[in-house]
Write a protein that binds this ligand. Structure first.
Ligand code: CTP
Ligand code: MN
Ligand code: MN
Length: 506
């Protein structure tokens, strides 16, 4: 309630002075309204008085007729109460004969109309019956679909029905990340992850009733987007020079928020500033980052990932007949594009996995495929307890590579290379090499998404008194390590329903 009242007062009117129906900003008299055929009535239930009056003013300023009372004049009833049954009960309590001919609409019809500046045609998706399956509350005693606060208990495919909100949340999370306000950053990442898991688009704030992970700030942003089609806070961030610069700098391979901030504080604003600055020393990773910027900032396609899989597979099997290769990361989750391609390479022969990575690197070097390589030798020791940090790096042997990929090896050619006759591109590839008895943990950990992994660990600790990381699972109650040969084993130890890789896009 508080937030609505505040939003109503504070919110700048989106189209002020921008040529909406209201001309010079004044509300036209009722008989001068542009759209006489449409008589809107806003239901106060769920909406609240202040929001209703705000929306009424907004609509009138755009030339709509908004009725204060429900009468037979009304043609369009707009409500934020998404439960058709209770709304009908309420409406029938009013003495109106025309009820059957009125449109009974969710707030989406209203916001669409505000955006268009005219009453939009009524579509099925606007109708009040057409709302989310009851996500949390229900009038029936039957068990309802509840949404867990843990991403590892939700099934999230690559279909995101709430992109307009999650894109905004991502910007907000990133702003907080740049400002090192980690709690808020995480809150927006969680909220974004939750919305990605929903089977339908959120059409009105009422749809979010009972959902976890959506705090006041999140809801205020969503409300703005629902009303105006955009968030002013997000637009302000996007036009902020510091945000833009940090975003640009961190898009370079090897440049994290700390370095980006240092450069920004030093007055640098562009790549040419950085490259020309006398006091700047770029490490090897950053040098490669700049050198291959055009290529590695371009998304990697599924076909390109497959081609790299073939190249690595060939290498692994040339080195050892016992070799094992598995695709992980975003592509294992079914994504069409990624920022890199992630693989697990290992061998059944215990102890041989260490040298496998170095042999692969050596082979790529000889083949002229290696454009950059950072190799981390294994620091893995068998008896180590799982990390308490949710995002700690694992200890397996691994390497972060930039490889040269020939277009001729990619089915359908290189992605986005039209008009480029170079015939090859640079691609980021990560390889990790766990010993075979840790394969399942590494596979689960590297498949992601980051948010899914984070919540697996949080769930294990908070709900099961267990510690999970990319190496192992430890039961603090029984004081023992729990072995696993497949991902299913790990889900079973945790007492979780198995979630397929393509359902982990949290
Ligand atoms: N990961 C990890 N340790 C690292 C690097 C990555 O455990 N040193 C894990 C991350 O937690 C993530 C997965 O590996 O879950 C893949 O990481 P990344 O490639 O960064 O993300 P993707 O989900 O593959 O996304 P994209 O498609 O953009 O590459
Ligand atoms: Mn990846
Ligand atoms: Mn990666």
């Amino acid at each position: 309630m508080m937030i609505r009242a505040r939003a109503a007062r504070k919110k700048p009117r989106p189209e002020d002075g921008g040529g909406g129906g209201g001309g010079g900003g004044g509300v036209p008299r009722r008989e001068d309204a542009r759209f006489q055929g449409v008589r809107v009535y806003l239901v106060e239930r769920k909406m609240g008085r202040s929001r209703r009056s705000f929306l009424t003013q907004l609509a009138r300023s755009k030339g709509f007729v908004v009725e204060d009372v429900l009468s037979d004049e009304v043609t369009h009833v707009v409500s934020e109460d998404c439960q058709a049954s209770s709304l009908w009960t309420w409406l029938r309590g009013h003495d109106v004969k025309n009820l059957p001919t009125m449109h009974l609409l969710g707030i989406s019809w209203f916001t669409d109309s505000m955006r268009e500046g005219k009453p939009v045609a009524v579509e099925t998706r606007h109708l009040i019956e057409d709302t989310l399956p009851k996500l949390a509350e229900s009038t029936s005693p039957a068990p309802v679909l509840t949404v867990s606060q843990y991403a590892c208990k939700r099934r999230t495919t690559t279909t995101n029905n709430n992109k307009i909100f999650t894109d905004a949340f991502e910007v907000l999370a990133e702003r907080y990340e740049f400002n090192e306000i980690h709690g808020r950053c995480l809150a927006f990442r969680r909220a974004s992850s939750l919305l990605k898991s929903l089977p339908r688009a959120v059409r009105c704030l009422g749809d979010t009733g009972g959902l976890p992970c959506l705090g006041e700030h999140c809801k205020a942003v969503m409300e703005e987007i629902l009303q105006c089609g955009r968030s002013f806070e997000v637009e302000k961030i996007l036009s902020d020079e510091r945000y833009q610069t940090l975003k640009l700098f961190t898009s370079v391979f090897g440049v994290g928020p700390k370095t980006a901030e240092k450069w920004y504080r030093g007055g640098l604003r562009s790549f040419s500033d950085v490259l020309a600055a006398p006091g700047i020393h770029l490490n090897r990773m950053q040098q490669s980052g700049f050198l291959h910027y055009g290529d590695i900032s371009r998304a990697v396609s599924k076909a390109e990932a497959r081609a790299l899989g073939n190249i690595i597979d060939e290498a692994v099997h040339a080195i050892t007949p016992d070799g094992i290769l598995a695709l992980t990361g975003g592509f294992r989750r079914g994504k069409e594009f990624g920022h890199d391609v992630d693989f697990i390479v290992t061998t059944r022969e215990p102890g041989k996995e260490e040298s496998l990575i170095t042999n692969i690197i050596e082979r790529f070097k000889q083949q002229g495929l290696l454009l950059y390589c950072e190799h981390n030798a294994s620091t893995f020791h068998k008896l180590e307890f799982p990390s308490h940090q949710f995002e700690a790096m694992d200890h397996f042997a691994k390497c972060f590579l930039i490889l040269r990929l020939e277009g001729s090896q990619v089915e359908g050619g290189l992605h986005g290379a039209e008009g480029d006759d170079r015939g090859w591109r640079a691609v980021r590839v990560d390889l990790v090499s766990p010993p075979m008895d840790r394969y399942a943990f590494a596979l689960l950990g590297w498949t992601g998404s980051r948010q899914f992994e984070r919540d697996l660990r949080r769930f294990a600790r908070a709900e099961r008194r267990m510690l999970l990381d990319n190496h192992t699972l430890y039961d603090k109650t029984k004081k023992e390590f729990l072995a696993a040969t497949t991902e299913r084993d790990i889900f079973a130890h945790l007492g979780l329903e198995y979630i397929e890789p393509w359902q982990r896009n949290a």
